[in-house]
Design a protein around this ligand. Structure first.
Ligand code: PGA
Length: 248
């Protein structure tokens, strides 16, 4: 049985007080243990978030990490450091990292290897651009992203990864993939994973991300291969984020 997961990726938008209040509101308002909730705050909040969720079922994710274990990379954060602060997950390959920081699947593969070595579960994001969707290359693009990012990983590694399908044209734009478009891609991703995992591909959680809101979450999450969401904008508001979680 795969886990249902809702992860909040609240990016760099909040001050200290706003961020801490948001975490408290989510912790206090959560009323289900059926969904795995993951908070992915910016780095400065990691330590406080870990303390605040300590007695709950909520887990903490980082939004990025460096691909090497240690070294002189000013401004970067290592997986070993994240692990020591109590991070259970780390987002890798977010489209904003790909687009603005030039990350490709080869680099993302190195980050995944690094995270797995430190027992941190990667939340691997993939997804096509608007042009790629319009020219009907979306399956090919996502297939290649996965092929390259997961290259060399063993069965037991793949089972630790959470996949997030995030069509670039739907992130932060208010445009959402239709439940049918998302389901189709999720089924394709699961099929792709089954080439290595066989029946165990059924155990991998595949999240949808891209303008998930309280009013569209239920329909998206009711699709057979959609196991939850990676939530950006709506995770900045505790009421909306909780409504999305509770819409399962
Ligand atoms: P969004 O962001 O929900 O604001 O579209 C999703 C994400 O950044 O992962």
């Amino acid at each position: 049985m795969r886990e249902k997961i809702v992860a909040g990726n609240w990016k760099m938008n909040l001050t200290k007080n706003e961020g801490l209040l948001l975490i408290d509101s989510v912790v206090n308002g959560l009323n289900t243990a059926d969904v795995k909730v993951i908070l992915a705050p910016p780095f400065p909040f990691i330590s406080d978030t870990v303390s605040k969720v300590e007695k709950t079922t909520i887990s903490v994710a980082a939004q990025n990490c460096h691909q090497t274990e240690s070294g002189a990379f000013t401004g970067e954060v290592s997986a070993v450091s994240l692990q020591s602060f109590g991070c259970d997950y780390c987002i890798v390959g977010h489209s904003e990292r790909r687009q603005y920081f030039g990350e490709d699947d080869k680099l993302i593969n190195e980050k995944i290897v690094q995270l797995l070595a430190k027992n941190i579960k990667p939340i691997y994001c993939c997804g096509e651009s608007l042009e790629q969707r319009q020219s009907e290359e979306h399956f090919e693009v996502v297939g290649e992203q996965i092929q390259s990012a997961f290259s060399g990983l063993k069965r037991e590694d793949l089972l630790k990864i959470v996949v997030a399908y995030e069509p670039v044209w739907a992130i932060g734009t208010g445009e959402t993939a239709t439940p049918k478009q998302a389901q189709e891609m999720h089924a394709f991703i699961r099929e792709k994973l089954s080439q290595v995992l066989r029946d165990e591909a059924e155990n991998v959680s595949i999240l949808y991300g891209g303008s998930v809101k309280p009013d569209n979450a239920k329909e998206l999450f009711s699709q057979k291969d959609i196991d939850g969401g990676l939530i950006g904008g709506a995770s900045l508001n505790a009421t909306d984020f909780l409504a999305i979680i509770h819409s399962f």
